[in-house]
Design a protein around this ligand. Structure first.
Ligand code: IMP
Ligand code: MG
Length: 178
């Protein structure tokens, strides 16, 4: 275990088994349809890579860079699009993929943005969900795991851009938060 991790919340095995379940469910729901998978970078990178390989439909991969966080652990309450996606979504199904649904601001803004571009449908898939932190009236369509209100790292999630590479999800030690 990394010395800055206080407790492992989800092991590699738990992550893999839940991602496989989500893959089955999403594949069934979109059977016979093309889907644009939009990875919200950088956090959703590992989850997107794992999830897409469990999808057996007609998948087009795209990505977007949006951020609601500054460099710390508290949301700034504002979302910026730093790099837009490449695909034209008009008349097509879009599935947004993110690492964690925290206040929900990022995802709800992205869903509205894609809707305004006249997608055929817009759904969201988040690996982690913090129900206690919700500030928006929007609920993700697919959720990997509900977790308590703690700042977590690993499996794409960072603190100041570090720890994204950890293969598990863990709670960061308070001493490591500067
Ligand atoms: P929201 O807009 O508040 O839902 O924030 C979503 C974004 O905040 C995620 O995509 C993450 O980048 C970041 N975030 C929220 N909670 C955590 C956490 O516990 N660890 C690391 N990043 C987090
Ligand atoms: Mg993120």
């Amino acid at each position: 275990m990394h010395p800055d991790v206080q407790e492992i919340l989800l092991t590699e095995e738990q992550i893999a088994s839940r991602v496989a379940e989500l893959g089955v469910q999403i594949s069934q729901d979109y059977a016979g349809e093309e889907v644009i998978l939009v990875s919200v970078l950088n956090g959703a990178m590992p989850f997107t890579c794992d999830l897409m390989r469990k999808l057996d439909g007609d998948i087009v991969l795209d990505s977007i860079v949006a951020s609601s966080y500054g460099s710390g652990t508290v949301s700034s309450g504002e979302v910026k699009i730093k790099k837009d996606m490449k695909q034209d979504v008009a008349g097509r199904h879009v599935l947004l993929v993110d690492d964690v649904f925290d206040t929900g601001l990022t995802m709800s803004l992205l869903v509205n943005l894609i809707k305004e571009r006249n997608a055929k449908s817009v759904k969201s898939c988040v690996f982690l969900n913090k129900p206690a932190r919700r500030t928006v009236d929007y609920h993700p369509d697919y959720i990997g795991y509900d977790i308590p209100d703690a700042f977590v790292i690993g499996y794409g999630l960072d603190y100041n851009e570090r720890y994204r590479n950890l293969p598990y999800v863990g709670v960061i030690r308070p001493e490591a938060v500067k």
